[in-house]
Structure formats: structure tokens, C-alpha cells
Write a protein that binds this ligand. Structure first.
Ligand SMILES: Cc1cc2nc3c(=O)[nH]c(=O)nc-3n(C[C@H](O)[C@H](O)[C@H](O)COP(=O)(O)O)c2cc1C
Length: 448
């Protein structure tokens, strides 16, 4: 965090469009100037280019531009903050621990244009796939509030079902679902077109009652403003804001839509979102995000890594790094690197990790000589350092992730397995270490 030296004034101008301009200047974004449809075409091009960012200047059905693939990798996110990828976990941890309230402004970019007649057809909500139930907001950060807990930030996808109506997926147990259960109907602002401090803060899971806008502000100073029709403080720099109300008991079919595991989610009865006002920047850019693909994955998994890290450290284990791996849908699998000091450190780390991320199904703990970002290295460690009867932790029929197709339908019950892949502190037989070859410079042995 120390190397992030933005002032509030500079922060205010880091709207998404300015970031896209910066990418453009550095030739790091693909620009498309021919007409393209929001129906399938934009999603198809984003998929073909992934992880390269893209901006679509002329959308057939809308006056607005669309951008996507902006934050598909940890490298892109680290680049945005001007830090190294290995500094992401400490930076996030620091922001979660040192939250700070953002400054408020009456002069918010997101309210440069206020549309009194709501027509969702005016904005380029993407249809991502043939089988989708309709056009979907997939990068929508939802601001909601509860009389006791105050404000909360979450992601909730929303499918358009009318000119001013959407149906939104609210996973049971999320803070927003708690708010709906307590109040029946909840005023909301769906903010679309955000930079990573807002996106990452919205995806963190902290105690109910923590306003994640304070985490965003600790990541990089932001401004907030009062929404026009609902009593909420919203990010001032979002490209679009859809204000309205979500009703717990008014429901409609939601889906099909691709979820994080890249499989097609079932159709469920989910709450209706009635849109009452749309505000946006004058030159607003719609933010597309491919469901189940790398941007969805990185935003989902990465913000959980600091929580897992902290929970493992709380067990007294010297934890060095945590990787919620992309192969495990960036949600179900965790690889942890520790400096082992006690024989039971591996098992303690596993218990800590399952406590820090309740959706995790398989967790591996490795020694500090293993590269937890390298699948071959990880497999080598499993092959040479693990015994199933001694080093495995099995948690039978625990509540898991609603995203896992193999979890019991309805209950989410699943069997969780932890693998202690660390080598013993006292070695009795063969060595567990990779033998070193002599280090030689081949050029020394050529005459030319
Ligand atoms: C791109 C993206 C899309 C998401 N879509 C949904 C969604 O449609 N419904 C949902 O309940 N959670 C969704 N999530 C997950 C939650 O927003 C996220 O886990 C959040 O941290 C929950 O916060 P809470 O602990 O405050 O409830 C999504 C996350 C991301 C990154």
C-alpha cells in the first residue's frame, strides 16, 4: 500500500474511461470501430481476445460504448494499483484492516446525466450466450442498506425482463440476502463501470455491518455521492447507476446463465429488481464481464485469499502465500504455502483455510520450496510428500458451494478434503528434496 500515492483529487479522475484512455495510449487495448451487436457479438469477441482488454466504439443497439476484459488477471489488477502481484494479498489485507470512510461530493461524474424515463433498452446490456435467459448485467456492484447494519456492497447478476424490471440472483447467506429477509424490500443502486478498488471491495466477505466502500477507499481514495431516489451513498465515479428497489417476495424465473464453474446454472425463482432511475456519465462506457471466464474468476477468488491467509496465520502457522487456483474455478480449490515449524502445522493450516473460505472443497498445504502457481511442481509435491492414510483431512457432508454441480442439490452438502503435502520435519528414509545439479555457464566451454 505504501507505494500507492494517489491523492483524493487524482483519485476522482481515475474513472474507468480515464483508465481505458491510459491503456489506449500504451497500446494495451484493442479498439473496434465497426458496428457490433450487444447480442452475442461483443461477448464472442471478448472471449476470442481474452485476456486482452477491448473497447467497442459503435454498438448497434445503443448510443453507449462497451468495454471488457479489463481486469482478467492478477497482473492487470496489480498494474492498475502500481504494485507487484505478490503484493496483492498484503495490500488487500491492509485495506481490510485499515478501512477509511470516503469523502462525499455533490458533483459526481455518475450523475452527469439523469434519465427520468427508465428504459433499460437504451443501455447496452449484453446477451452473452445463445442459451441465456436474457440480457444480463454481469459486472453490477450493488449498494444496499439495512437500518441496523448500514451499507453493504455485493455483486449480483441481473437479467432484464422488461423496460424497467430485472430479476437478480441473490445467493442465500449473502449480506444482501440477510437485508432482504429482514426488510422484505430493499432500496438499491446497481453501479456498473467500476475500477478495481470498487470491484475488489464488493467481492470481499467481511463481517456484516462493514461498509465495503471503506475498504475501497483504503485501497485507493474514492469519492461517494448521494443517490438521487434512494437513501444510499454510491461510488461517485461509476459509469452507470441503476437506482430502484429489490423485492424478496416478488419473484421471476432467473436464468439460464453461465456461472463461475463455466457450467450453465439452473433456472430459479429470484427477486425482482424494479429500476426507478438511471444516471450516468456523459460519455459513459458500459462494462462487460464474461460469466465464468477469467475476469469473473479473478474477482471472485482473489479477494478471499487475504481472509484465508489471516485464518491460517491465526492458527499459529507461518503462512507465506495463498492461491485460490483458477483450475478450481477460482473458488473451490486453495493452495497454501507455509514455512513448517511443527509437525501439525499442515493440518492446522488446512483447518484454518476451511474456516476462512466456507466454499472451499479441496485444500493443499505445501512447503516453501514448492511453487504454488506451478501445477507440475504441485503435482510433484503430492506425488513425493503425501500419504493418504496419514496426511488427509476429510470433512464429510459439510455445507459447501452452491456453484459446485457435484454438491447435493438443494442442501449444498459436500465432502471436503484437505491434503497436507508438507514433508516431515524429521526424515527417516529417502530425502524429500530435489537434488541440485552443478550450476554451469555453457558459454565458458565454447571457444567462439
Ligand atoms: C463478477 C461477480 C459476480 C457475482 N455474482 C453474484 C450473484 O449474481 N449473486 C450473488 O449472490 N453473489 C454473486 N457474487 C459473489 C458475491 O458478490 C461476493 O461473494 C460477495 O463477496 C458477497 O459479499 P457479502 O459477504 O457481503 O455477502 C459475484 C461475485 C463476482 C466477483
Amino acid at each position: 500500500m505504501d507505494n500507492i500515492l494517489w491523492t483524493v483529487k487524482e483519485a476522482c479522475v481515475m474513472i474507468l474511461e480515464n483508465y481505458i484512455r491510459k491503456l489506449s495510449k500504451e497500446n494495451r487495448i484493442e479498439r473496434f470501430d465497426k458496428k457490433i451487436s450487444r447480442n452475442l457479438e461483443i461477448a464472442g469477441v471478448l472471449k476470442a481476445l481474452e485476456p486482452t482488454p477491448a473497447i467497442f466504439e459503435k454498438v448497434k443497439e445503443s448510443e453507449f460504448r462497451v468495454a471488457g476484459n479489463l481486469f482478467c488477471t492478477k497482473e492487470q489488477i496489480a498494474d492498475y494499483f502500481g504494485i507487484k502481484t505478490e503484493d496483492i494479498i498484503p495490500t488487500l489485507t491492509k485495506a481490510i484492516e485499515n478501512r477509511s470512510p470516503p469523502e462525499a461530493t455533490k458533483d459526481a461524474p455518475c450523475q452527469e446525466v439523469i434519465r427520468d424515463d427508465v428504459n433499460l433498452d437504451d443501455i447496452p446490456i449484453l446477451v452473452h450466450n445463445e442459451m441465456d435467459g436474457g440480457p444480463y448485467i454481469s459486472a453490477g456492484v450493488v449498494v444496499a442498506s439495512d437500518p441496523e447494519f448500514g451499507q453493504n456492497l455485493d455483486f449480483h447478476r441481473a437479467m432484464q425482463i422488461g423496460k424497467d424490471r430485472m430479476v437478480t440472483r441473490v445467493v442465500r447467506g449473502r449480506d444482501f440476502h440477510k437485508f432482504l429477509e429482514r426488510n422484505g424490500e430493499v432500496d438499491v443502486a446497481y453501479c456498473i463501470g467500476n475500477t478495481p478498488e470498487i470491484l475488489i471491495a464488493a467481492a470481499t466477505s467481511v463481517e456484516t455491518g462493514v461498509d465495503e466502500l471503506e475498504i475501497a477507499n483504503a485501497l485507493r481514495p474514492i469519492m461517494v455521492t448521494k443517490a438521487k431516489t434512494v437513501d444510499l451513498m454510491i461510488p461517485a465515479d461509476s459509469e452507470f447507476v441503476l437506482e430502484g428497489r429489490v423485492f424478496l417476495e416478488e419473484k421471476a424465473d432467473e436464468g439460464p446463465f453461465i456461472d463461475l464453474t463455466e457450467t450453465v446454472d439452473v433456472i430459479r425463482q429470484e427477486p425482482i429488481f424494479e429500476v426507478k432511475k438511471i444516471t450516468h456519465r456523459k460519455t459513459a462506457i458500459w462494462q462487460g464481464l464474461l460469466p465464468g471466464r477469467s475476469e469473473h474468476k479473478v474477482l471472485m477468488g482473489m479477494p478471499r485469499e487475504p481472509t484465508v491467509f489471516r485464518k491460517v496465520a491465526e492458527r499459529g502457522v507461518d503462512v507465506l502465500d495463498v492461491n485460490i487456483t483458477p483450475g478450481g474455478a477460482s473458488w473451490l480449490h486453495i493452495a497454501i504455502k507455509i514455512r513448517k515449524r511443527n509437525e501439525d502445522d499442515g493440518i492446522k493450516a488446512l483447518e484454518g483455510a476451511f474456516g476462512g473460505h466456507r466454499s472451499a472443497k479441496h485444500v493443499w498445504v505445501y512447503d516453501d520450496d514448492i511453487d504454488i502457481y506451478n501445477e507440475q511442481d504441485r503435482e510433484w509435491a503430492l506425488a513425493t510428500r503425501f500419504q493418504g492414510d496419514e496426511d488427509m483431512l476429510i470433512k464429510d457432508r459439510e455445507p459447501g458451494s452452491s456453484l459446485d454441480p457435484s454438491a447435493e442439490p438443494g442442501t449444498k452438502l459436500t465432502t471436503k478434503i484437505g491434503f497436507d503435502v508438507t514433508k516431515p520435519l524429521v526424515v527417516k528414509g529417502k530425502s524429500f528434496d530435489r537434488a541440485e545439479f552443478p550450476k554451469m555457464d555453457p558459454s565458458k566451454f565454447r571457444s567462439d
